[in-house]
Design a protein around this ligand. Structure first.
Ligand SMILES: [Zn+2]
Length: 165
């Protein structure tokens, strides 16, 4: 599960990182980490709800994120890319706990740099995903056009077909 998620998130790019994760993906340590991550996701969801409602995240959650930032700092190095120098994030998880690094960095970014009015729950009633709307107009309605957006369109189409009978 953890490995699949890391691949989906585009975090496991190097062969070395992939091999490292493969070595511990089904271990008891990895399972324990996944449980912690699920609990963290719930607290993040609560913070996202608060921000959608114009509030700030709770103090307990902020200090939890601060502790994680301290324990799992992000490492980056600079490389040349065309006419620019850009930072490249290093991610080579040696243990499941190392996976906190990109998660907590993304959380910190979400909490501090993003526009709260663009954090939204997916409009599909059966979906629990909250997403950050990066569209130009800020009018995105579904977490994924391919999954939820499409499902609703298909349902509306079927309804019309039935009414037309
Ligand atoms: Zn959705």
């Amino acid at each position: 599960m953890l490995e699949r998620w890391l691949v989906a998130a585009g975090l496991l790019r190097s062969q070395k990182a992939k091999a490292q994760v493969r070595a511990w993906r089904d271990s008891r340590q990895a399972m324990a980490f996944v449980h912690k991550l699920i609990a963290f996701r719930e607290r993040l969801r609560t913070a996202a709800f608060r921000m959608e409602g114009g509030l700030l995240p709770g103090d307990a959650f902020l200090s939890e994120v601060n502790t994680l930032l301290k324990l799992h700092p992000e490492r980056a190095n600079l490389t040349k890319q065309g006419a620019k120098v850009v930072p490249r994030r290093q991610f080579e998880p040696r243990t499941p706990e190392d996976v906190w690094t990109p998660i907590v960095a993304a959380t910190a970014e979400l909490l501090s740099e993003l526009d709260p009015s663009r954090i939204r729950k997916c409009e599909s009633a059966s979906c629990v995903v909250h997403f950050y709307d990066t569209s130009k107009k800020g009018s995105r309605r579904w977490c994924s056009m391919n999954i939820c957006g499409n499902r609703l369109k298909v349902a509306a189409y079927q309804r019309r077909q039935r009414l037309g009978d």
